[in-house]
Design a binder for this molecule. Structure first.
Ligand code: FMN
Length: 196
């Protein structure tokens, strides 16, 4: 029978987890990146479409390419983080649907409907980006998500001539706990939820 996670696990995933802007130099192995994806992929997406794609940027060459698309303090954050994930989406995700969702011909819903493909890719890659962040935290690493960049420029630099598009960036590694920003408050249940 499934049980609630331990208090410590809930703290690590949610209540004590912080967004990190400063990173220690502890490296992140490629095996860890595989382990992160192998948890992330189990999160649900509509028609099991799995539209998220990730480019893990580790090398100086590709960090330079990425920071050219980024402004302000985000440049330093990318340069310091051991890895920056470009959380992206494949707008032609539907090509995998015959394998991923054999129950019916779901591919046909998207091939001639660009608006449906775009919204499905964006919604579900955003969800997968959230699963990604929880997967990173569940393995004991930290995240620093960022949307302060020029998506069109990044798409030109990394995905030219492909059906992939960037969604948001996520620095990952082992954050410096002494340098987190002051914790922002959260809205209460009463402010955000209704039970009807
Ligand atoms: C999608 C997204 C985009 C963000 N963009 C940036 C950004 O461009 N630069 C930055 O320094 N922080 C960015 N943040 C960090 C948020 O400000 C931070 O997660 C939020 O204030 C909560 O902080 P906490 O997790 O420490 O409570 C972003 C977070 C998310 C989820």
């Amino acid at each position: 029978m499934r049980q609630s996670l331990s208090k410590e696990s809930l703290q690590q995933l949610f209540t004590e987890a912080r967004t990190h802007h400063t990173w220690t130099n502890k490296p992140v192995s490629d095996d860890t990146l595989h382990a992160i994806y192998d948890l992330t992929k189990w999160g649900p997406t509509s028609v099991n479409a799995l539209p998220m794609r990730i480019v893990f940027v580790k090398s100086k060459q590709h960090k330079d390419k990425l920071t050219a698309c980024v402004s302000g303090s985000n440049v330093g954050q990318i340069n310091e983080a051991p890895v920056t994930a470009i959380i992206s989406m494949d707008t032609k995700f539907y090509n995998y649907l015959p394998t991923l969702f054999p129950a019916f011909d779901a591919k046909a819903m998207f091939t001639s409907n660009a608006a449906a493909s775009e919204s499905t890719a964006f919604r579900n890659s955003s969800l997968q980006g959230a699963y990604f962040m929880l997967a990173v935290r569940s393995l004991g690493l930290d995240v620093g998500p960022m949307s302060g960049f020029d998506n069109a420029k990044a798409d030109e630099a990394f995905f030219k001539g492909t059906s992939w598009k960037s969604n948001f960036l996520c620095n990952s590694g082992y954050g410096d706990d002494t340098k987190v920003f002051p914790r922002g408050p959260r809205l209460s249940f009463e402010q955000t939820c209704k039970i009807v």
